[in-house]
Write a protein that binds this ligand. Structure first.
Ligand code: NAI
Length: 296
């Protein structure tokens, strides 16, 4: 199948990034949000992100306008009827995703491919909300934040995914200029399977009093050449998101290395979500110079 029309479900942080790279790669993109305000916000975030690329002379003003012209926004799921593939990036909630896939299955053509951008849920559990024919056309496409900048996409197959469909999804991600890694439908895929226990260990060693926040981060940046230390990175991802993923992985594997440390739970309960809430392991009152928080 030649993919021309792409539906993107959810225009939040990830969905707007996915819609942007798809439209910039020449595809016609329809984004779906829950209300008109969020449709507008999604499109305006894309426009701002493209404007920054124009400022940096990465793209021309003409390319920005062409990309925007390939995007349309709607609140009607029915407007995805002509999509060749739908990439879903709505809230990380299995029940809501399953209900949405069930409706979408009735709306889209039999050939339409379904792809989820989930970070931690089972693709198989979402897929079973659709018809047996669709289940063969169901994959995971896990992008990274910020989508326009991050090169990687993990493309996930279930035990029922058709080989040709899997290759089409891989080719699509490559046509966005991304590098693809292949993984099977095991919780966390490759990146989170390896990253989450590392982040949790970073929090655990701080909790145990091994070293200060700043020294743990400096150690990993300077000693291992990581661009961010584990606590800084947890702030960037969001402590609430990290806790959610850790809980999902712990449920799946029942291994201590995925168990969220108490400090992470307490910080989330206290509203310290990281960068997005202004405070986490660091205080972002001055975003250019975050200060380690005085925790414990
Ligand atoms: P977000 O909260 O920024 O965006 C989700 C959007 O989906 C919201 O704007 C919401 O209004 C919309 N939405 C909810 N229900 C909907 C529905 N039924 N129809 C249409 N739109 C609906 O969340 P974010 O961070 O963009 O995450 C979305 C998905 O991407 C999740 O599955 C998450 O696990 C995954 N993901 C997130 C990453 C991240 O770094 N934030 C990285 C990779 C994957």
């Amino acid at each position: 199948m030649v993919i021309k029309n792409i539906g993107v479900l959810g225009a939040g942080l990830m969905g707007s990034g996915i819609a942007q790279v798809a439209a910039a790669s020449g595809y016609h993109v329809t984004i779906v949000e829950v209300d008109d305000e969020l449709v507008k916000k999604g499109l305006s975030n894309i426009e701002k992100s493209l404007a920054k690329l124009v400022e940096k002379s990465i793209i021309t003003a003409g390319q920005k306008n062409e990309t925007m012209a390939r995007l349309r926004g709607t609140t009607r799921l029915e407007d995805l009827a002509d999509s060749d593939i739908v990439i879903e990036a709505i809230v990380e909630n299995l029940q809501i995703k399953r209900e949405t896939y069930q409706r979408l299955d009735q709306i889209c053509r039999a050939e339409t491919i379904f792809a989820s951008n989930t970070s931690s849920l089972s693709i198989t559990e979402m897929m079973t909300a659709t018809s047996p024919e669709r289940q063969r056309r169901f994959v995971g496409m896990h992008f990274f934040n910020p989508v326009p900048l991050m090169k990687l996409v993990e493309v996930i197959r279930t035990i029922l995914t058709d080989e040709r469909i899997y290759e089409e999804a891989i080719a699509l991600a490559q046509s966005f200029g991304k590098t693809v890694v292949r993984a099977s439908d095991k919780t966390g895929f490759i990146v989170n399977r390896l990253l989450v226990p590392y982040l949790l260990d970073g929090i655990r060693v701080f909790e145990e009093g091994l070293a200060s926040i700043a020294d743990i981060d400096s150690a990993m940046k300077l000693g291992c050449h990581h661009p961010m230390g584990p606590l800084e990175l947890t702030d960037f991802i969001g402590l609430d998101t990290t806790l959610y993923i850790a809980n999902t992985m712990f449920d799946e594997f029942k291994e201590r290395r995925f168990a969220p440390p108490q400090l992470l739970k307490r910080m989330v309960q206290a509203g310290l979500y990281g960068r997005k809430s202004g405070r986490g392991f660091y205080d972002y009152a001055d975003p250019k110079s975050p200060k380690p928080m005085n925790i414990i």
